[in-house]
Design a binder for this molecule. Sequence first.
Ligand code: C5P
Length: 232
Amino acid sequence: MKHELIVALDVPSAREAAAAVARIGDAVSFYKVGLELFLADGPETLRMLRGEGRRVFLDLKLHDIPRTVERAVGSCLRYAPDLLTIHAQGSVAMVQGAARAVREAGAATKILAVTLLTSLDRSDLDLLGVARGVEEEVLALGRMAVGAGAHGLVCSPREVGALRAALGPDAILVTPGVRPAGGDVGDQKRVTTPGDAIRAGSTHLVVGRPILGAPDPRAAALAIRAEMDAAL
Ligand code: C5P
């Protein structure tokens, strides 16, 4: 499978998104649009990215009753995202609904499930009544989601090795929390380098601030890509 670098466009407006994409230039062709940017300027941003021939990861983490998610995925398809996220915790019927919406539209969009938010820890799982350990829970949700038709998962660097072993070679595994060797980690707690993430089985790396906040975003992106290529 081809390995991809995705830049998280964590900015508040289409104007700032366009400026970031222009600075990165030809170094990256894949961009993540999350809730902040989508709710502010989604249609305009997605038209801009499409118009420039960029690929799009639409990170909306949909989570609702199956029929609602199925129809919401149908609505998202007007933007023809390459990747679209849902929450695995919506369970089997919800994941199946999302996959069906894509299939019935004949769309090329890949559905990715988020297992457990990496912001949750043991005390949150206790509050939620989840007895299994974090890794066990992630594996169970990941297997369920892929079994129900998700094309892949979003997962932390800490989990990617176990998920790759459990899911085999075809699953898309998208990993945020990546920092170039020696870089500033910001508020990310469980980070790994691009090379380690690729070696552990990630297919796509999502990187935001180490690229957008760099003095030369294009050079920062090229350095990360070189680190990914060297790991293969
Ligand atoms: O700036 P940074 O590289 O930390 O950005 C990572 C991106 O990946 C952000 O858009 C963040 O919301 C997202 N993300 C994450 N950790 C997760 C899931 C998504 O950092 N577990």
